[in-house]
Design a protein around this ligand. Structure first.
Ligand code: NAG
Ligand code: NAG
Ligand code: NAG
Ligand code: NAG
Ligand code: NAG
Ligand code: NAG
Ligand code: NAG
Length: 421
């Protein structure tokens, strides 16, 4: 059960299996009660979630749980499609001053606006709009950390814009955090809420990384967490982990201090390993680090791989993303490296989640991969720099703000509400 709860997206079952499962609960009422009670408790009170009703008492003919009048079944919110909604945006470049220029597509002259007119519609329920007050009430006295790369920052900036208006962010949120790294921390006194972003594009310790040079390489200590987050994370209540695009670089892997291989490195003297080898180990190390911290009581949330949409080339040789509407599910399939990245991280998430459950820790999922695969229209393309910057390269990896990345926070709130029951 616990497994099923944190694994919603990938624990999809055929209806017959669902019935069989319910039958199982009916068949062993005592066991069912024991197993189902925490689940029921977890599910009953979703005031903002219009989910499909499922009457447990009726389903369990013997009246196993007569005190529960109506229980709403969990909806797999990550399975769905984008539907037109001309009222889907929450803010604009004019109303949110916290958008970084690289994602400020409207300000930088993106001419088409249709990418703003879509809302995520889970197949089995409606996703409520983001409610900043609800979010902040859940965060009262708590702390939330994003660990990852610039896509995590993109996610965080969306969250800040969604909260802006409720909170006077520029006055009250003071960046004052680990100056030697690219990590930041903000404090919201009205809610005693701490928000942090830890810059750790590989999750693990990396050296010889130069994001400014064209070498696009890095040496990774696959068994050592990046200290930027590892030394700070213990007290956080919610930790959103993500990683991905940096693993496409030319990487050299070290374990126990020894060179073990490399990926995309074209070296004949070193074993040729895949990027997935490093990606898997990095997540293993991140999860192991969290689970080892005695004081860590946080909810760990994996935000899954966010696909890019370069067409006709890659980021450095003229690739573009010119589409102006979402794909339908029939038009694109999760395949190739997107699928491999996703599969790898899901496998490690499941394995670590089982360990976490033994420790009474919660692992939850923000499985954005398929939803974002459908949004080739959501990237800045050329509108990530002002026109006087002399470059013709496109950004088909980050997401415009406002834009489809705001949905990540609608879903984050959904996950947090589930935790608050
Ligand atoms: C748009 O959404 C806002 C916020 O949910 C709501 O107050 C408003 O009535 C909506 N407008 C329309 C035209 O649906
Ligand atoms: C917002 O973007 C529009 C163009 O879409 C621009 O005219 C306006 O000056 C921008 N406002 C701010 C505050 O960036
Ligand atoms: C703020 O929250 C922390 C827990 O994160 C708590 O220890 C502290 O007492 C709270 N402070 C106030 C002023 O409520
Ligand atoms: C390393 O493996 C990759 C993927 O399997 C392959 O494309 C590449 O040619 C290999 N490189 C070397 C030097 O063997
Ligand atoms: C891809 O490049 C070709 C040749 O440069 C061009 O004709 C075509 O329109 C491009 N397609 C897209 C989707 O950019
Ligand atoms: C993935 O699917 C797309 C169509 O959605 C296809 O164009 C592409 O070639 C496929 N890539 C791989 C690696 O199978
Ligand atoms: C922009 O870069 C191109 C190629 O690097 C160069 O030929 C051109 O002169 C540059 N233009 C400006 C305005 O700097």
């Amino acid at each position: 059960m616990g497994f099923q709860l944190w694994e919603s997206r990938h624990a999809e079952q055929a209806p017959s299996e669902k019935n069989a499962r319910r039958g199982l609960l009916v068949g062993w009422p005592v066991l069912a009660l024991f197993v189902a009670l925490p689940l029921v408790y977890f599910l009953v009170d979703f005031p903002v979630q219009p989910l499909l009703p499922l009457n447990f008492a009726a389903g369990g003919r013997g009246g196993v749980l007569p005190k529960v009048p109506r229980v709403e079944r969990r909806c797999d919110v990550f399975k769905g499609r984008w539907v037109r909604d001309t009222n889907a945006t929450y803010y604009s470049n004019a109303t949110c001053p916290l958008i970084q220029d690289q994602q400020n597509c409207l300000k930088l002259g993106r001419p088409d606006r249709d990418f703003l007119n879509w809302r995520w519609k889970p197949d089995e329920c409606e996703l409520p709009r983001f409610d900043p007050v609800r979010f902040l009430e859940l965060m009262r006295g708590k702390s939330l950390a994003f660990i990852g790369d610039s896509v995590a920052r993109n996610h965080l900036r969306s969250l800040m814009c969604l909260l802006y208006g409720v909170l006077d962010i520029p006055d009250d949120v003071t960046p004052k955090f680990i100056p030697e790294t690219r990590s930041r921390k903000w404090y919201f006194p009205e809610y005693n809420f701490t928000l942090a972003r830890f810059w750790a594009p590989f999750l693990v310790k990396a050296s010889n990384t130069d994001s400014l040079s064209k070498s696009y390489r890095a040496d990774l200590r696959l068994d050592e967490p990046d200290e930027s987050w590892a030394r700070e994370i213990e007290k956080f209540d919610f930790v959103i982990l993500s990683a991905g695009h940096w693993f496409f670089r030319s990487l050299t892997f070290y374990e126990e201090g020894r060179l073990v291989g490399c990926s995309a490195c074209w070296r004949s003297d070193v074993p040729n390993l895949t990027r997935h080898y490093g990606y898997r180990k990095a997540f293993q190390t991140a999860y192991r680090t969290l689970l080892k911290l005695e004081g860590y009581k946080g909810v760990t949330i994996l935000r899954t791989f966010s696909p890019e949409h370069f067409e006709n080339g890659s980021w450095n040789n003229g690739g573009r993303c010119l589409r102006t509407r979402p794909y339908t599910e029939a038009e694109i399939k999760l395949n190739g490296s997107n699928l491999e990245m996703h599969t790898t991280q899901m496998e490690e998430f499941r394995a670590a989640g089982r360990e976490a459950a033994k420790r009474g820790l919660k692992f939850r999922l923000l499985d954005m991969t398929e939803a974002m695969l459908l949004r080739p229209d959501g990237h800045p393309n050329l509108y990530w720099h002002s026109r006087h910057v002399n470059t013709t390269s496109s950004d088909c990896l980050h997401w415009c703000l406002p834009g489809p990345v705001d949905t990540w926070n609608e879903l984050l709130l959904h996950v947090l509400i589930s935790e608050s029951v």
